[in-house]
Design a protein around this ligand. Structure first.
Ligand code: ASP
Length: 487
C-alpha cells in the first residue's frame, strides 16, 4: 500500500529559487530549508525509490544484508576516513564501499546479496561529490556480466517507469572503452547528440607504407563541427581542451577549405617533398571521409598508443560544443562501457594511487577479474589486459559500475604480488579475502549504482545536495551541526 501520494514528475516544478537565501545559509538551517515543497518531494521520491529497489531485488531472490561500517584500512583505491579505536595505535576505516564484505558473503553461501549501502571516501570534492554517499550495491554468485547488467537494467527501468518518461529500451547499447574513447573522446560517452569523432589514422598509414612501423602506435582523430548560430567560440573551447590534453597529443583546428593542411606529427621527422605531397593527399582523403563542407570547423588531435584515462581533447570539445548548442535536451540515453584496461602503469597513471602499489595500480579496484582472453598478457604486458568490468553511463554521467571478480586466491595473490608488486604489508591487509577465496568461493560478480545520483536525475535536481536530507557542503562540512569539529 502506498501511504504517500506523490505528484507526478510532470506536475512538479522546482520552487522559485530567486527568493532563496544563499546555499550556505540554507545548509546551516537545513531543518527550515527542508520545509520547502521541492525538497519534501525529493525526500519522498528517494524513499519510494529505495522501496521499489528492495521490492524488485527481493523479487529476484536477492537478500538484503547489512555490512559493518567500522571496517579496517586496506589499500583498495580511495582514501579512507579513519576512526580511532580504543586500542592505542589502532584504527577502523569507514568502508569506501562494501566490496570486500560482499565478496566474503559470496564465500559464505549468500548467492544474491544487496544493500542500499553508505560509503565513505575522503577524496577531492570537486564536481558535486559527497564524502559520504549511498550506493545500491549488489553481488551474484555464478554470474556472467550479462546477468549483472540485466538486473541493473531492470532496476533502472522500474524507476524510470515510475518517475520519468519515455521508458528506455533494454538491453542498453554496449561499447568498448577503446571505441568510446575513439568515437566520443570520453569513457562516459554522451550519445544523445551527433558530432561523432572519426578515426582517420588509416589514411595516413596507407600513404606511408615504408613508415608503417614508426606509425604503428600513432593515431589521428578528427571532429567535424557544422556551423551553428549558438555555437561557442572555438578559441574558448580549444583552450579548455588543452587543459585536459594528454601528453604527446596535439590539437589543431581549421575552417575547412580545399587547401586545409594538417601538419605531420613530429615523430615522422622532416618529410621529403614527395612524402609531404603524400601526406597532403592523405589529408584530403581523410577530410573527404568526414563529408566536410566549406565553413565547417575541423578539429584534429594526434595521439599515440592505446587510449588511457577518461578524456581526449576532442572529447572535451565535443561535449562543450553539444552542451552549448543543445542546452535543453530532455531525452535519456543509456550505454554500457566495457573492456576497460585492468591496470595502469604507476609511472604513467594520472590517478592518485596508494603507495602500496609499486608497478601497476588497478584502474578500478584490485579484485576485478582480467578478461579471460587476455589472461596470458598478465605475464607479458599487464597494461594491455582488459578487465571484465562494465560501467553504466546515462547522458554522459557514470551512474554505476561493476565487474566479475577474481575468485581464485592464487590468481588474486599473483596479481597483488607479482603484477601490481604490492608491498607485503599491503597484501597482508587483504589476507581475510585471500583466505575466504581459498576456502572455496563461487565465481561471482556485481555492480554498484550511485543511489544519490539516480534520485537526483529522477528529481531533475541540479545537485546531489538536493536529494540528501543533511548533505555536506562543497568543503565537506555539515553546516547544520558544525562537523567536523575539534575534539
Ligand atoms: N565496489 C565498487 C565501487 O564502489 C562497485 C563494484 O565493483 O561492485 O565502485
Amino acid at each position: 500500500m502506498q501511504l504517500v501520494s506523490l505528484p507526478s514528475s510532470q506536475s512538479f516544478s522546482p520552487a522559485n529559487t530567486r527568493e532563496l537565501p544563499n546555499e550556505e545559509a540554507r545548509l546551516k538551517m537545513r531543518y527550515l530549508d527542508l520545509r520547502r515543497p521541492v525538497l519534501q518531494r525529493n525526500l519522498q521520491v528517494r524513499a519510494e525509490c529505495a522501496r521499489r529497489i528492495r521490492e524488485l531485488l527481493e523479487g529476484y531472490a536477492f537478500i538484503e544484508v547489512e555490512t559493518p561500517l567500522l571496517f579496517k584500512p586496506t589499500p583498495e583505491g580511495a582514501r579512507e576516513f579513519l576512526v580511532a579505536a580504543r586500542k592505542p595505535g589502532h584504527f577502523y576505516a569507514l568502508p569506501q564501499s562494501p566490496q570486500q564484505y560482499k565478496q566474503l558473503l559470496m564465500a559464505s553461501g549468500v548467492d544474491r546479496y544487496f544493500q542500499i549501502a553508505r560509503c565513505f571516501r575522503d577524496e577531492d570534492l570537486r564536481a558535486d561529490r559527497q564524502p559520504e554517499f549511498t550506493q545500491v550495491d549488489l553481488e551474484m554468485a555464478y554470474a556472467a556480466p550479462s546477468d549483472v547488467m540485466a538486473v541493473a537494467e531492470a532496476l533502472v527501468k522500474d524507476l524510470w517507469a515510475r518517475f520519468r518518461t519515455p521508458l528506455p529500451d533494454t538491453p542498453f547499447q554496449t561499447i568498448t572503452y577503446q571505441q568510446a574513447m575513439s568515437r566520443f573522446g570520453s569513457d562516459k560517452p554522451d550519445i544523445r547528440h551527433g558530432a561523432e569523432i572519426t578515426d582517420i589514422t588509416s589514411y595516413f598509414i596507407k600513404a606511408f607504407p615504408r613508415m608503417e612501423k614508426k606509425l604503428s602506435e600513432f593515431r589521428l582523430h578528427a571532429l567535424c563541427l557544422k556551423p551553428h548560430s549558438a555555437a561557442p567560440s572555438l578559441t574558448g573551447i580549444k583552450c579548455s581542451a588543452k587543459a585536459y590534453q594528454l601528453p604527446r597529443t596535439r590539437l589543431g583546428a581549421s575552417r575547412f577549405t580545399a587547401e586545409i593542411k594538417i601538419p605531420p606529427p613530429t615523430q615522422l621527422g622532416p618529410l621529403s617533398a614527395q612524402e609531404q605531397s603524400a601526406w597532403d593527399a592523405a589529408t584530403q582523403k581523410a577530410l573527404n571521409s568526414l563529408s566536410a563542407c566549406n565553413d565547417d570547423i575541423i578539429v584534429w588531435e594526434y595521439g599515440s598508443g592505446p587510449f588511457q584515462g577518461g578524456w581526449t581533447g576532442l572529447g572535451k570539445i565535443r561535449l562543450q560544443w553539444n552542451n552549448t548548442i543543445h542546452p535543453n535536451t530532455t531525452i535519456d540515453a543509456f550505454i554500457w562501457v566495457t573492456e576497460f584496461p585492468l591496470l595502469a602503469k604507476i609511472a604513467t597513471s594520472q590517478e592518485e594511487h596508494h603507495a602500496d602499489y609499486t608497478a601497476y595500480a588497478p584502474v578500478h579496484h584490485p579484485f576485478t577479474s582480467p578478461n579471460p582472453e587476455d589472461f596470458s598478457l598478465l605475464f607479458t604486458n599487464p597494461d594491455k589486459v582488459r578487465a571484465e568490468h562494465y560501467d553504466l553511463v546515462l547522458n554522459g554521467v557514470e551512474i554505476g559500475g561493476g565487474s566479475i571478480r577474481i575468485h581464485d586466491p592464487n590468481l588474486q595473490e599473483y596479481i597483488f604480488s607479482r603484477v601490481m608488486q604490492m608491498t607485503p604489508e599491503g597484501i597482508s591487509r587483504f589476507r581475510h579475502l585471500l583466505d575466504a577465496l581459498g576456502s572455496g568461493c563461487p565465481p561471482h560478480g556485481g555492480i554498484a549504482l550511485g543511489f544519490d545520483r539516480l534520485v537526483a536525475i529522477l528529481c531533475r535536481a541540479s545537485s546531489l545536495r538536493e536529494v540528501i536530507a543533511f548533505p555536506k557542503s562543497s568543503s565537506g562540512a555539515d553546516l547544520t551541526v558544525g562537523s567536523p569539529a575539534p575534539l
